[in-house]
Design a protein around this ligand. Structure first.
Ligand SMILES: [Zn+2]
Length: 273
């Protein structure tokens, strides 16, 4: 989905359909297509029953001595690459997390300032749970749900910040979330060796889905201790797992989170390594 077609998102995972300006509204003859993030998702049982997934080629990350991880929102990096972060931290790698937004739009009924404080603390706790306390966290403070069309801005902000690292990990540029896609495209432009980590893809895609470049996908197995640390890290994001908004459920449903409790993580290289 291109940025122009992407629904405007109001949070890490909550999409508001039809949130368009007056001028655009006059031009629309038909209602916008349903957002696949809002639709019922593919169960983790369905993914685990697909043998090709566990049979993806294994990628060795033991030679990575440094990594920069881009996150559109606090929790993306842990969901999509928390195991890799934990494994690299255990190996003494230099780690830098670039937080593009602070996720302040997750619950419109809450004050943004309070939510930012909480989400920043949650990320710090999650990194600690991963054994990655030493990871450097840089916050760009760009607007949550406002990254579509701001790739150039993102590129300018992260260009020098990603240099000097062995690899750059970023949300997938076709994750069907406008913020994730913008960060992914920026990573493609500024990093010579980028890998995408899917997040919402596990919800809207299905096994053998033709929209996913499975022929490029690789698998990074996680040691049992690292997988356990990742589960503990995910539990740190209480603001996303338990909704306090009377009009909305949690951003991260219990079913959705199970996608990130496998014994491996999947990356989509910009070009095959
Ligand atoms: Zn996100």
């Amino acid at each position: 989905m291109s940025p122009a077609q992407s629904p405007r998102l109001v949070s890490s995972g909550r999409a508001r359909i039809g949130d368009v300006g007056r001028a655009a509204r006059r031009m629309i003859a038909r209602p916008p297509a349903p957002n696949p993030i809002d639709a019922p998702g593919t169960s983790e049982a369905t993914w685990r029953a697909w043998p090709e997934l566990a049979g993806l080629p294994v990628m060795d990350i033991t030679r990575w001595t440094s990594a920069v991880i881009l996150a559109a929102h606090p929790d993306d990096e842990v969901l999509g690459a928390g195991g890799i972060i934990g494994a690299l931290a255990a190996a003494g790698a230099r780690l830098r997390v670039i937080a593009v937004t602070d996720g302040e739009a997750a619950y419109p009924c809450h004050g943004a300032t309070d939510l930012v404080t909480r989400r920043v603390q949650e990320r710090a706790a999650a990194l600690s749970a991963l054994g990655a306390d030493s990871a450097e966290v840089l916050r760009l403070r760009l607007p949550d749900a406002g990254l579509a069309g701001r790739e150039r801005d993102i590129c300018e902000r992260i260009g020098e910040l990603v240099s000097g690292f062995d690899v750059c990990l970023a949300p997938w540029e076709k994750d069907v979330h406008a913020d994730h896609e913008a960060v992914g495209r920026a990573a493609r432009q500024v990093s010579g060796r980028a890998f995408f980590y899917p997040v919402w893809m596990w919800h809207w895609a299905v096994p053998a889905d033709s929209r996913v470049p499975w022929h490029q996908a690789v698998r990074v197995p996680l040691p049992a201790e690292v997988a356990s640390r990742k589960e503990a890290a995910i539990r740190c994001f209480g603001s996303q797992l338990l909704s306090t908004d009377p009009e909305a459920g949690p951003v991260l449903s219990a079913d959705f989170v199970t996608h990130f409790t496998r014994g491996y993580e999947v990356l989509l290289p910009v070009s095959r390594p």
